[in-house]
Design a protein around this ligand. Structure first.
Ligand code: PEP
Ligand code: MN
Length: 307
């Protein structure tokens, strides 16, 4: 099976699973992405004000999120809409990290901004519109920070893997893939959530895969069900937009969950996450029962990225 994938993705050998590298865990502060825990990254689309960010950070932390998301540099569909607070937004994110112990993921849009964003963020997000900006990918890789690489909205899985390979080529193995929906002829929702790609990436690649149901759905009533589907597809976590007052959000309000909506999504996820833990546990157990020493199995299972 793996052999077939090796042939299909011959251009990007280092992102593919191998006996030597079956699984990568990206460690960020005290969080392991791609390990046993399902990691919730939550927060507003854009950092707007101190009170908006702190209220969100406090809430999502209490509800189980480990990572705070929030854009300080915003790639908007229109250049005439809010473009983000820039440095001021990064400083607010850093303050929220200190206050609430959440790691920070935030987008970097240009090469020149990489050192500044890397100074404040724990994970650099490469947005959908930037997935094929190779000079930005190289600069982000050189920062040494983990990179959350979002799939371009018209990118194939092979294109996504090519961009991931580009980051690995620069000597940075801490890459997290993110499926956020793609453009298809279907327009009822903002994008088409390609859950098959999540399942396939988990089969083909050793890199962690995060699902973004917010940008896939484009409407908050669909976010919880897409989140549940992402768990079943094998995702390692979620990137979800949450806002204290979604109807007043400066960007992506229609797809942002309010606090009560986020709590409900988290509660509804519980049985699915319990099943996921059971599956992972059984997998580990059956490996050890097949005669492979458990510590060896766990070691290869959690083949850690350096850094
Ligand atoms: C975002 O995460 O707010 C964002 C702009 O995402 P994408 O690049 O997937 O559109
Ligand atoms: Mn957004």
């Amino acid at each position: 099976m793996l052999d077939n994938w090796q042939k299909q993705f011959v251009e990007t050998p280092d992102v593919l699973k191998s006996a030597k590298c079956p699984h990568t865990i990206v460690r960020v502060r005290d969080v392991e992405i791609g390990g046993d825990d399902f990691i919730i990254m939550a927060g507003p689309c854009s950092v707007e004000t101190e009170s908006q960010l702190m209220a969100t950070a406090s809430h999502v932390r209490r509800a189980g999120a480990r990572i705070l998301r929030g854009g300080a540099f915003k790639p908007r569909s229109s250049p005439y809409t809010f473009q983000g607070l820039g440095l001021e937004g990064l400083k607010l994110l850093a303050r929220a990290r200190n206050e609430y112990g959440l790691a920070i993921v935030t987008e970097v849009m240009s090469e020149e901004d990489v050192p500044m964003v890397a100074e404040y963020a724990d994970i650099l997000q490469i947005g959908s519109r930037s997935m094929e900006n190779y000079s930005l990918l190289e600069a982000a890789a050189h920062s040494g920070r983990p990179v959350l690489l979002k799939r371009g909205m018209v990118a194939t899985v092979a294109d996504l893997l090519r961009s991931a390979q580009c980051i690995l080529d620069q000597g940075n193995p801490r890459v997290i893939l993110c499926e956020r929906g793609i453009r298809t002829f279907e327009t009822a929702m903002r994008n088409t959530f390609d859950v098959a790609a999540i399942a396939m990436l988990k089969q083909v690649s050793h890199l962690p895969v995060i699902a973004d149901p917010s940008h896939a759905a484009g409407r908050r009533d669909m976010v919880p069900v897409l989140a549940r589907i992402a768990v079943a597809a094998g995702a390692d976590g979620l990137l979800v937009e949450v806002h204290p007052n979604p109807d007043k959000a400066w960007s992506d309000g229609e797809q942002s969950l309010g606090f009560a909506g986020f709590d409900k999504m988290m509660a509804d996820l519980k049985p699915y996450l319990a099943l996921r833990s059971q599956v992972l546990h059984d997998l580990e157990h059956s490996q050890s029962e097949r005669g492979r020493p458990l510590n060896e199995a766990v070691e290869s299972y959690s083949m850690e990225a350096v850094g």
